[in-house]
Ligand binder design. Structure first.
Ligand code: SDX
Length: 393
């Protein structure tokens, strides 16, 4: 009962740790970062300010935000040897393992400042990760399309710099689309933290062994790549594309899901915690209209998604199982409209989730009470038995 782990015998329901960062009420569909409702932060804040809030616990003053912004802008460059690191990957390498490997490698350039218990070293590692992950993500994309890397431009904000390094070319200026910058900033806010999800629990567990911040986040990136977690946004696009290829026949697909044919799931639906509409999905759906209804952008997959959502929300099979759209259902459509290829979608999830991972790792390091204890199990294997020689097996 130290508040770390509570195991109710019978239905094993464990609380893995204490945390003061994010609150979720899955039944009511509530999500708050440090007490602030996600709806207010989505409407009034910025990803940089939300990152500060998650990491330091309070909304920043003007000076604090300016200082945080300047520090991050000053650390966007990668060491030239780390840039060369990307040359070791095959061109068609998926960007998620590239991202995770590069983050782990990033830590090797700062051997003198990896001590998890030295506040200054944790601070500079926080800034370096926040500043360099967008650069690493953009380079992972450029590597996959065989285009030249662009150095960061520190006159730009974090989302602007990322978009320019991703879609810009050294040979010409890159015109930033304010709607795209705004939509990306919002999506990063909505992905910034989500209490003890699979990847965040991974970051905490690895960090609880006093692994440094870079290696802990690298492990979290691998966890996020799973299709049932961060990989779902890409899986949604593949699902919608499959329905489109079958003439947009939503009803036939829904029948397959209900019959559990080949284990097919309604990707972007359901959640371990939300047994109600994921509040982030509602916000994203609203912002989807801005990007997806821009002149010249029409996407038949959006019509399929809207139809699929309508059918599922009215079908008892999904209602009984409390399966509602989650954060991943609409994000892929927006990323696609922005020009990102499907395999970059989970990289964008990781960019958003980074301040949450950092905040949760720091909380766990600073307060042993919030450590994830060593998980135990309920043993259901063989009872004791004697060794039998191979001749008599
Ligand atoms: C994220 O934890 C987090 O906070 C994660 C996240 C974050 O911000 O970090 O919110 C991000 O990971 C969102 C989830 C993205 N994943 C997907 O969209 C993949 C599709 N979703 C499913 O895999 C599933 O819904 C889970 C894993 C997300 C949640 O599963 P649950 O709630 O534990 O449900 P379950 O696996 O115990 O299934 C309960 C029933 C089963 O049917 P029955 O055996 O009772 O007949 O619901 C069915 C399941 O088959 N079911 C689905 C379904 N999800 C559950 N059926 C069809 N489609 C689905 N998506």
């Amino acid at each position: 009962e130290t508040g770390n782990t509570t195991v109710d015998i019978g239905f094993v329901n464990t609380a893995s740790c204490n945390s003061a960062i994010t609150y979720i009420d899955g039944d009511a569909g509530i999500l708050r970062y440090r007490g602030y409702p996600i709806e207010q932060l989505a409407e009034k804040s910025s990803f940089l300010e939300v990152s500060y809030l998650l990491i330091y616990g309070e909304l920043p003053t003007t000076e604090q935000l300016e200082d945080f912004d300047q520090k991050i802008r000053r650390h966007t460059l990668l060491h030239e040897d780390l840039k060369a690191f990307f040359g070791g990957f095959p061109r068609d390498a998926h960007p998620m393992p590239v991202l995770s490997s590069a983050v782990s490698a990033l830590g090797t350039f700062y051997q003198d400042s990896l001590d998890p218990f030295d506040k200054e070293q944790v601070e500079i590692s926080t800034v370096r990760l926040m500043a360099k992950l967008p650069t690493i993500a953009a380079y992972a994309y450029k590597k996959s399309v065989g285009q030249p890397f662009l150095y960061p431009d520190n006159s730009l904000s974090l989302p602007e710099n990322f978009l320019r390094m991703t879609f810009g070319f050294p040979a010409e200026p890159y015109d930033l689309d304010p709607d795209m910058v705004k939509a990306l900033d919002l999506l990063l806010i909505l992905h910034a933290d989500h209490e003890q999800n699979c990847s965040t629990s991974t970051v905490r567990l690895v960090g609880s062994a006093q692994a440094n911040l870079f290696n802990s986040v690298s492990a979290g990136i691998h966890a996020l790549s799973g299709p049932l977690h961060g990989g779902a946004n890409s899986a949604v696009l593949e699902m919608l594309g499959g329905i489109y290829d079958n003439g947009g026949d939503v009803d036939t697909f829904v029948k397959k899901v209900k019959n559990k044919e080949d284990g097919v799931k309604l990707m972007g639906f359901g959640h371990r915690v939300y047994k109600n509409y994921d509040p982030r999905a509602a916000i994203i759906k609203k912002s989807a209209d801005t990007i997806l209804n821009k002149d010249g952008v029409s996407d038949p997959l959006l019509d399929i998604a809207l139809k699929l959502e309508q059918v599922a929300l009215e079908d008892d099979y999904f209602v009984e199982r409390k399966l509602y759209p989650n954060v991943d259902f609409y994000t892929g459509l927006i990323y696609k409209a922005m020009g990102f290829p499907t395999k970059m979608f989970t990289v964008l999830f990781a960019l958003g989730r980074l301040p949450g991972w950092i905040a949760q790792w720091r909380e766990m390091i600073e307060d042993p009470q919030t450590k994830i204890g060593r998980p135990r199990q309920i043993y259901v294997g063989e009872t004791e038995r004697d060794y039998t020689p191979i001749s008599s097996r």
